[in-house]
Design a protein around this ligand. Structure first.
Ligand SMILES: N[C@@H](CCC(=O)N[C@@H](CS)C(=O)NCC(=O)O)C(=O)O
Length: 216
């Protein structure tokens, strides 16, 4: 199986964590925004990452790929069968992808991707507005919703934890890490999730890449 994507994408990072937790073998093919790689373009109709090719079957979108893989490799279950738990996991996946990643993306795109990867100015006012107005509301909600179990749903790791912790790495890259004093629950929960064997080596590699990019 080939996964197309960049380590700094929150959606790719979520998928890499999922693959690691499932112990599924894959090859990561690095692609950037607007990448002309023919395999990537064939697998991703909209040119967005991640995309996947599995034995001739292509699919794009982190959640679509994850649902495909959950059906193909049911153990360990990362999307619970119990109705309420399943509903909550999908809620958090949606929150991570379309709300938190959208907000962190405004900071990450304008402060890092535009100037460092695309060679043009980012909209720093939009990044500052997202940081001061949008982000505190989202983190305030998340802080209030993290259960004592240390997992967002139930008492074990699910897709929910991977989907919501992933965009927090992008916030750290662009100078807006989660403040431990204001959000102690998020800080403790996300540190444990991001330190898992499924994610930590990718994040270490990504940090080295970001250090090179930021330094250059
Ligand atoms: N809902 C999609 C979002 C994918 C997405 O927007 N990826 C970004 C990178 S983080 C991308 O490829 N952007 C390029 C573009 O929009 O042209 C998913 O979960 O995979």
């Amino acid at each position: 199986m080939i996964i197309y994507g960049s380590l700094v994408s929150p959606f790719v990072r979520k998928l890499l964590g999922f693959l690691g937790e499932k112990n599924i073998a894959f090859e990561l093919k690095g692609v950037g925004i607007g990448d002309p790689d023919p395999g990537f373009r064939a697998a991703s109709p909209l040119g967005k990452m991640p995309a996947m090719e599995d034995d001739g079957f292509t699919l794009a979108d982190s959640s679509a790929i994850i649902h495909y893989l959950e059906a193909k490799h049911p153990e360990p279950a990362l999307i619970p069968a119990e109705p309420r738990e399943r509903g909550r996991v999908i809620w958090w996946d949606e929150f991570g992808d379309t709300v938190l990643a959208a907000c962190s993306g405004k900071l990450f795109f304008n402060r890092i991707v535009a100037p460092k990867f695309l060679g043009r100015d980012g909209d720093l006012a939009a990044a500052a507005l997202a940081e001061s107005e949008e982000l505190p509301k989202l983190l305030g909600y998340l802080e209030s919703a993290i259960p004592a179990s240390g997992y967002l749903v139930g008492d074990r790791l699910t897709l929910a934890d991977l989907a919501v912790a992933s965009p927090l790495v992008n916030l750290r890259h662009c100078g807006s890490p989660v403040d431990i004093a204001t959000y102690p629950r998020i800080a403790a929960w996300s540190a444990a999730i991001l330190a898992r064997d499924s994610l930590a080596p990718w994040i270490a590699k990504e940090d080295r890449m970001m250090a090179r990019v930021q330094g250059g």
